[in-house]
Structures are given as C-alpha cells and as structure tokens.
Design a protein around this ligand. Structure first.
Ligand code: DOR
Ligand code: ZN
Ligand code: ZN
Length: 353
C-alpha cells in the first residue's frame, strides 16, 4: 500500500556539536527508514542556532549530509529578540523554550517571550516548548498578539483540555503529540529504566495518556521529538532527557490502526496534511512510502540507523512496516537499506546566502 512521505516537524539532528549522538547523515537515514521524507530540525545544538552565522553552519551541514528533505529552526534567545525575525524566510520557524530541557535556550524573562511573539512574522511558524502554566501563557500570548502558535509535544490532560478550550474560542493555536506520550506512561518507567525514561515533557500518568486519545480531534500533528542520546549518557550519572523516535513512530501508528485505535486517515492528517499546512511546506513531488500494513515484526534498536543505538520501544511487537521509500522519483530506502546519498535531501526553504 502506498502513502505519502511523512513530515516530522520536530526532530533533533544534533549537528553541530552533538555528532556522537546523531548527525545529519544518520538522523536522515533514520527518517527514511521510518517513512519520513521531510524533517524540521530543532536549534538546541552546540552552539545553538540563534543568528545568521549559526544558521548558515547548520544548514551547510544539512545540505551536504541530509538524505531526506529538511528545514532548520532558529532559536529564540534573550539577545536576539529584535534581530532573529530577519532569518524567518530561511527557517522552518522560530523555536522558543519556555521551560528547561536539553540545551541552553530556555528563556527566563516573560518580556522576552512577548517580544518574540510580537516580532516573529505571523506568516512564519512559531513553536514553543511550554509545559503546564507556561503553556497557558503561550496561549494567552497567541491571543494577545493575534498570531499562530504551535504547541510542541503536549502530554497532559490539563494541557489538551486547555488547547480544546482555546480552539473553541478561535485562538490560533495548533499542537502536536509524540508517539512516546501516546504509547508510554509512567507505568513503563520500571521496564525502560529510570535514566533511559528521562524525557521532557516527562512520561505522564495513564489518565493523561487516555485524555490525549480521547481528544485526538484537537491534536493537529504527530511529531516524534526524535531526541537521540547515547546509551552511555542515558545510563550514566546525569541522564539527558530524550528518546529516539523516527524509526518506531510509523510502525506504532500502524499497529494502532491494526488494533482499531487509529485509522490510516488519522495518521495521514497528522503526519502529512496538517504539518504541510501549519508549517507552509511544499508538496514533495514523486514522493511516497510503500507500507505493508499487516507485516508482523519485532522492533529492535539493533536494526536502526540512528546513532544512539537504543529505543524505549525495544522488543515491541509491531503490525505494519515500511517496505520502501521513494523521494523525488528515486528509491531511497528498500529492503532495510538506505539508498539515498548524503546530500540528496533538499532544503525546503530558500537558501540563506
Ligand atoms: O526530552 C527532550 N529532549 N525534550 C526536549 O525538549 C529536548 C530534547 C533534546 O534535545 O534532547
Ligand atoms: Zn521540547
Ligand atoms: Zn524537541
């Protein structure tokens, strides 16, 4: 069965500065193996992407190494509130961190939050990492500045209910949910292990997970938040938060289809149609994914392309598998092999020269 290439609006490719975890080559190989043909990369790299120089460096690495299409976010900082908007046309959008997570991009001053909401063009996506009360503030700022905001990886019952209420008031918010917040809860922490289970937002309670499923109608996108860290780091002293997700996401969604919990249309709406509209993305010509919706198999990180070499979904029994991927008319993945060369992927935004 043939479906369009998936769009993942939220991945961490780690380059520059974290290439021991992932780089544009391994990360986009993982994308293709997971049926994803367009990734949008977050700016919490080392150094973070906050200005022309750092954006150019990140996009240069992507252009030479990416095997699937891509765009890169700029990061909102305390020092770029009046300048970063100039980069908007060349980016996936602006990413604002209102709460602490991996990296140094957390914005502490609410005045800076407001300034970025006011200054970033309303025609370009603005994405926020905002949990609990910060999420409520982000919704208020969308209303006050009358501009769209995309709420990343929401995980709680209280959050989806707030988003539902905001949407009913026509406040211009959209949101995404990750596969780990849909398919895992706190109950899985003993199985996965405490260090490996670290992720932001944290795995939630079962009632939270159920509330996400009950309110699927208000969830615009599925996004992996593919956030690879090595096993040594996850099992070490200070485990960094984050899960790999690109290679397990579509199999998990297809398994949910086989179980009658999702439809294929539910997936395509949230992984193709809605992200394309929300993030103003071009259609990818001659691009599709061949899936076998009834293939039964066991997921193992040993057979993945991500450099991080582990998965919270290790040993999961899946129904539904990616068999082949065609990108711009060329077979780029088939029979478990990535066939696209590094650099085959295209930046879907205009080049920053
Ligand atoms: O768990 C997470 N890891 N959440 C984030 O917001 C950032 C990400 C990362 O970059 O590792
Ligand atoms: Zn985040
Ligand atoms: Zn993220």
């Amino acid at each position: 069965m043939r479906i369009p290439g998936l769009i993942d609006p939220h991945v961490h490719m780690r380059e520059p500065g974290g290439e021991h975890k992932e780089d544009w080559n391994t990360g986009t190989s993982a994308a293709l193996a997971g049926g994803v043909t367009l990734v949008m990369a977050m700016p919490n790299t080392k150094p973070p992407v906050t200005d022309t120089v750092t954006l150019k460096a990140a996009l240069a690495a992507a252009s030479s190494k990416a095997r699937c299409d891509f765009a890169g976010y700029a990061g909102a900082g305390a020092g770029n509130t009046s300048t970063v908007a100039g980069l908007a046309p060349y980016t996936a959008g602006l990413k604002m961190y209102l709460d602490q997570t991996f990296g140094d991009l957390k914005l502490n001053d609410m005045g800076d939050w407001l300034a970025h909401f006011q200054n970033w063009p309303a025609s370009s996506p603005l994405c926020v990492h905002a949990e609990g009360p910060s999420l409520a503030t982000a919704i208020l700022l969308a209303e006050l500045t009358n501009r769209p905001v995309h709420l990343c990886h929401i995980s709680l019952r209280s959050e989806i209910l707030l988003i539902k209420a905001a949407k009913q008031k026509d406040i211009p918010v959209t949101c995404e949910v990750t596969p780990h917040h849909l398919f895992l809860s706190q109950d899985d922490i003993p199985v996965i292990g405490p260090g490996r289970s670290e992720v932001r937002p944290r795995l939630a309670g079962r009632a939270d997970v159920q509330a996400l499923w009950d309110n699927l109608a208000y969830i615009d996108c599925f996004a992996t938040d593919h956030a690879p860290h090595t096993l040594a780091e996850k099992d070490g002293e200070n485990p960094p938060p984050g899960f790999p997700g690109l290679e397990s996401a579509l199999p998990l969604y297809l398994t949910a289809v086989a179980e009658g919990r999702l439809t294929l249309d539910d997936i395509l709406l949230r992984c193709v149609t809605n992200p394309r509209r929300i993030f103003h993305l071009p259609e990818q010509a001659d691009t599709y994914v061949e899936i076998d919706p009834s293939a039964r198999w066991t997921f193992s990180a040993a057979h993945t392309y991500t450099r991080c070499d582990w998965s919270p979904f290790e040993g999961y029994k899946m129904t539904g598998r990616v068999m082949a991927v065609t990108l711009h008319g060329k077979t780029v993945y088939s029979d478990g092999q990535v066939l696209a060369s590094p650099g085959y992927g295209r930046n879907v935004r205009p080049p920053l020269t």
